[in-house]
Design a protein around this ligand. Structure first.
Ligand code: CP
Length: 305
């Protein structure tokens, strides 16, 4: 059966557990998977810039013995001539076995899935969802904290436009005992549909605050995010908000010894480089977990797991 990944909730908690088990097994025994996708092709169709997502997908397929093709900007594809996503995916379906798509328009990968004969993976659609970042985040949290339940999770920065934040909250409310601290300037608060339809409807405890220092001591996870210039319509507003939070060594002194700092990356200056040497800084390990979890996802969607 043809299966896509468009939303982090497309997999049940049980399926996610199986996928993460596979990702950990791949990490432990990469040699067992070197030829798993021999003869298979991954298309990466990226209409928006990316470093980690596109290259980790490509690394994942190459690690599995498969091949990759694709484009890295709308300008270098026939989208620049006005081709629709629906027509593009019909054609890509003739060239590849699976497709990872990033698009600035919310819902574009969903549209692609409706016209595709190969699995479509949403690699980020506008300010909406970024499900493979969520898989990466779940693997990182399980690796760093040893569990996905009973955690105090702080999310800090641009909680309004941050698709990784929306996807992670959607995913973490499904595990029991998690508590959320939403740290942002008033202008960049989590949208009402997340607080109402996700947090309140699942009776998940949460608080909203502007105070990162005050939140630090209780957190098991601090998920930092970039203030995203590309999502602002008003440059002055971006300039006013861009340095709202800067995590530095002084702030880290208030954190638990076992706390983990995650960030989907890229960072600009919301985490000072002095924090990189702190063993609690997990964001570069997180980028590495992204390769294993995407290998597990490719195998799963191709029916090869
Ligand atoms: N985390 C993430 O999506 O990074 P890229 O934009 O570089 O893919």
């Amino acid at each position: 059966m043809l299966r896509h990944l468009l939303n982090p909730l497309d997999f049940s908690v049980e399926e996610l557990g199986t996928l993460l088990d596979l990702a950990f097994d791949i990490k432990a025994h990469p040699e067992n998977y070197r030829e798993s996708c021999k003869g298979k092709k991954l298309a990466t169709c990226f209409y928006e810039p990316s470093t980690r997502t596109r290259l980790s997908f490509e690394a994942a397929m190459l690690n599995l013995g498969g091949m990759v093709l694709g484009f890295s900007s709308a300008d270098s594809s026939s989208a620049a001539k006005g081709e629709s996503v629906a027509d593009t995916i019909r054609v890509i379906s003739c060239y590849a076995d699976i497709c990872a798509m990033r698009h600035p328009k919310e819902g574009a990968p969903l549209v692609a899935s409706q016209f595709s004969s190969i699995p479509v993976i949403n690699a980020g659609d506008g300010g909406h969802q970024h499900p493979t970042q969520t898989l990466t985040d779940l693997m990182t949290i399980r690796a760093e904290q040893g569990r996905l339940e009973d955690l105090d999770i702080g999310l800090c920065g641009d909680l309004k436009f941050g698709r990784t934040v929306h996807s992670l909250i959607n995913a973490m409310v499904r595990y029991k005992g998690n508590r959320f601290t939403l740290i942002s300037p008033g202008e960049l608060r989590v949208p009402e549909y997340i607080t109402q339809d996700v947090l309140r409807s699942t009776h998940s405890p949460y608080t909203e605050t502007t105070d990162l220092d005050g939140a630090m001591p209780q957190l098991d996870i601090l998920y930092m995010t970039r203030i995203q210039k590309e999502r602002f319509f008003n440059e002055d507003e971006y300039v006013r908000l861009k340095d709202s939070y800067i995590l530095d060594a002084k702030k880290m002194k208030a954190a638990k010894p076992g706390m983990s700092v995650l960030h989907p990356l890229p960072r600009v200056n919301e985490i000072s480089v002095e924090v990189d040497a702190d063993s609690r800084a997990a964001y570069f390990r997180q980028a590495n977990y992204g390769v294993y979890v995407r290998m597990a996802l490719i195998l799963t969607l191709l029916g090869l797991a």
